[in-house]
Design a binder for this molecule. Structure first.
Ligand code: DGY
Length: 327
């Protein structure tokens, strides 16, 4: 019997996905705690046919140097994420390495969190939570601590993919919001279903009470939202980013918040992750800051791991089909 392909997994992903994959591949899971360091990958990758990783650690960066360490044996990198901006697609193509990711299973979970960010920042929940827990209920100064309505306000979504659509459904059906959107390709079926208006980004920014950025990070979308865009937004508007930090000029966002060009921000992602504790965004009471946790429910993360191992089996052994990343 021929040998099973060998797969290296850069962090503990639980028993079920690994046991499942062991039917088809020999799996080695990093035992050193946290994520395997890049230095380790550079050392061992030449002995593996596949790599299963996540995008968040520096060891997740799949570039020419790492691929060279695969010594032409490496055939697959399977990321446990839908985003794959940590893949150097050209270098992967040149090295003959296929990249896969985990779309679909996290759409509803990320959409839940985006609505959570909108509600938290508009109704100032973290700020009020801190006051109550520190015994300062009596210091609540009436309307100085009031928030802003989410329901029946105007939501502008930039990047209307599957997650954008799941956000739209919640916003329109649940909160009676007016929906504006911008997407590379127009989506008439959504316009009909949600009474949505398709606008260019500038006009969307001018009209929205909440702007949600959901574009994937690529060279085309790096620093997609800059100071001139914040200047176009309503002073009363909130900016929500649950895509990738690199899609926004973070310094411009900080300036816009400082100058009161926008009212607040809800962020799950940052230019640098983990975000530096001295980042001015973290000191602002009108910013709700989450640690890139959009897809992080037990169930969804488990589903993502299962998709990632199935992707590996599909590419390395032909069992089933894989979600290969688009170029
Ligand atoms: C994704 O899947 O891309 C999420 O942002 C988690 O990294």
């Amino acid at each position: 019997m021929s040998e099973k392909p060998k797969v290296f997994i850069t962090e503990q992903i639980g028993t079920e996905p690994v046991e499942w994959l062991r039917q088809y591949c020999d799996c080695t899971v990093w035992e050193g705690g946290g994520k395997a360091p890049r230095s380790h990958l550079l050392e061992v990758l030449g002995s593996y046919d596949g790599l299963i990783t996540t995008g968040s650690a520096s060891s997740g960066l799949i570039d020419a140097e790492l691929l060279a360490a695969g010594q032409q044996r490496l055939k697959l990198v399977s990321t446990i994420s839908v985003g794959y901006n940590h893949f150097d697609i050209e270098a992967m193509r040149a090295a003959g390495v296929i990249g896969t990711h985990t779309p679909y299973v996290l759409d509803e979970t990320v959409a839940d969190m985006v609505l959570g960010l909108m509600l938290s920042v508009a109704r100032r929940m973290p700020e009020l939570d801190r006051l109550v827990k520190s015994g300062e209920w009596n210091s609540l100064a009436g309307d100085a601590h009031f928030g802003v309505d989410v329901h029946h306000s105007t939501l502008g979504i930039i990047g209307m993919g599957r997650i954008g659509e799941a956000i739209a459904r919640r916003a329109v059906d649940g909160f009676g919001m007016k929906l504006l959107y911008y997407n590379r390709s127009r989506r008439p079926e959504l316009e009909k279903r949600y009474g949505a208006d398709y606008l260019q980004v500038e006009e969307l920014l001018r009209q929205s009470d909440f702007v949600v950025l959901m574009v994937p990070l690529s060279e085309e979308t790096r620093q997609y939202i800059r100071s001139e865009h914040f200047a176009m937004m309503k002073k009363s508007a909130f900016f929500i980013n649950a895509s990738r930090g690199g899609t926004v000029d973070e310094r411009a966002l900080i300036e816009a918040l400082r100058k009161g060009q926008i009212r607040g921000a809800g962020l799950d992602v940052y230019e640098q992750e983990p975000v530096d504790k001295n980042n001015p965004l973290l000191g602002m009471s009108n910013v709700v800051a989450l640690p890139h946790i959009g897809s992080a429910t037990h169930r969804t993360r488990q589903d993502m791991k299962m998709v990632a191992v199935r992707n590996a089996a599909a590419i390395l052994t032909g069992h089933g089909t894989a979600y290969i990343v688009k170029e």
